[in-house]
Design a protein around this ligand. Structure first.
Ligand code: UD1
Length: 351
């Protein structure tokens, strides 16, 4: 089969690292990069570091308001699908690239495959929630990472083509851990950090970056901590922090450029605790056995909270500080989101 895979944003490159490799053993893949993320640190570094095949096409859409960005992708993807006539179109996750890919394909009557289907935050103010709901309703094959995701789909009347497969991000993490071979990551030396002697923070959700008050609250909390905080800053967050006045931050809050995958896994693995609004990082924290404080009021990855390894603190400085100081996960950490080899299962089901 000829399969068009649509990617455009950082977490999709990581998922494609596992799936593209597997896909290409059995099928012909047309890897389409929409250009939603374009800085080297947000895109190129993943293709280089994770041995992802170079995109066959880069649509170069770039940044813009949601409608303009999604609209530009929609037109460009439609043209590409008409020209390259794939048998299936594969989309990942919940970004504007996911929405545009699913919409363009379904209007051309091409079967849509959605990897990471069925996740819900039940918060329609998140652009990602809208993208997920629409993509799921347009998909013919839906690969779910959890039982909760399957149940969410059923509640919306979607039961056909739904498969519980686990999470492809676990495949990538397992591969990265094997590659590291137990060696301490070089990033710790580069940043002069001791194991479990620092916190790792990331913030990029629009609910946190586009609301000046919320971002200021999160920065206030980071500032009040008495531990080193390493904070790889997403470009959107960088702009927002500059607007909010970065010079308010103490020297223990170390803003660094966005990191490549191996550096990020290395930093995550040895952090004492992770503070984040990222979905991927909540799961990675769990798999690596690092406590996680989520800077949101809800999460799609509810199992990590139920297991006692993730706590929701929103943006309230008091809640964040209290969680960082006293959150203590239990000793047990049952397997969540499958046990690996998810990409192989997805490719098997594709046929
Ligand atoms: C997107 C996804 C989100 C995903 C995240 C991962 C949507 C609606 N959201 O949000 O689900 O978790 O990616 O990072 O699709 N920018 C740069 N350089 C880049 C990329 C972005 O400067 O390489 C800036 C742009 O100027 C823009 C801002 O970041 O103003 C937001 O970019 P956008 O394309 O909406 O993506 P994310 O916010 O990263």
């Amino acid at each position: 089969m000829r399969i068009a895979s649509i990617v455009g944003a950082r977490p999709q490159f990581i998922k494609a690292a596992a799936l593209s490799r597997e896909l290409r053993k059995h099928h012909q893949e047309i890897l389409v990069h929409t250009g939603q993320h374009y800085d080297y640190t947000m895109s190129g570094v993943f293709f280089d570091g994770l041995d992802i095949p170079a995109p066959d096409v880069n649509l170069g859409v770039g940044s813009g308001p949601h409608g303009a960005q999604t609209g530009a992708m929609l037109a460009a993807i439609e043209g590409l699908l008409l020209a390259r006539t794939p048998d299936r179109v594969l989309v990942y996750g919940d970004t504007n690239s996911t929405l545009a890919g699913a919409l363009a394909a379904s209007k051309l009557h091409l079967p849509v495959v959605h990897v990471e289907a069925g996740l819900r935050s039940f918060n329609r103010r998140m652009p990602e929630e809208i993208n997920r709901v629409v993509a799921d309703h347009l998909s013919d094959l839906l690969f779910c990472p959890s039982r909760t995701a399957v149940t969410n789909l059923a509640a919306e009347g979607i039961t056909r083509g739904v498969h519980l497969v686990g999470d492809v991000m676990l495949d990538v993490l397992t591969w990265a851990k094997a590659r590291a071979n137990g060696k301490p990551p070089e990033i710790l030396t580069r940043l002069d950090l001791g194991e479990r002697r620092y916190l790792l923070a990331t913030v990029h959700r629009s609910e946190n970056t586009d609301d000046g008050r919320r971002l200021a609250d999160i920065l206030t909390a980071l500032n009040a901590l008495d531990e080193v905080v390493v904070f790889p800053v997403h470009p959107r967050t960088r702009k927002a922090i500059e607007r909010a006045g970065e010079n308010r931050l103490g020297p223990h809050v170390r803003l660094v450029e966005p990191l490549g995958y191996f550096d990020m896994v290395g930093l995550s693995r040895h952090a004492r605790l992770i503070l984040t609004d990222s979905g991927g990082l909540q799961k990675e924290a769990y798999w690596l056995g690092v406590p996680c404080v989520t800077l949101r009021h809800e999460t799609e990855w509810v199992e990590t909270v139920t297991a006692g390894w993730n706590t929701l603190a929103g943006s309230d400085p008091e809640k964040i500080l209290q969680a960082v100081r006293s959150f203590a996960p239990p000793a047990s950490r049952p397997p969540l989101y499958g046990e690996g080899c998810v990409s192989a299962r997805c490719v098997e089901l594709l046929a």
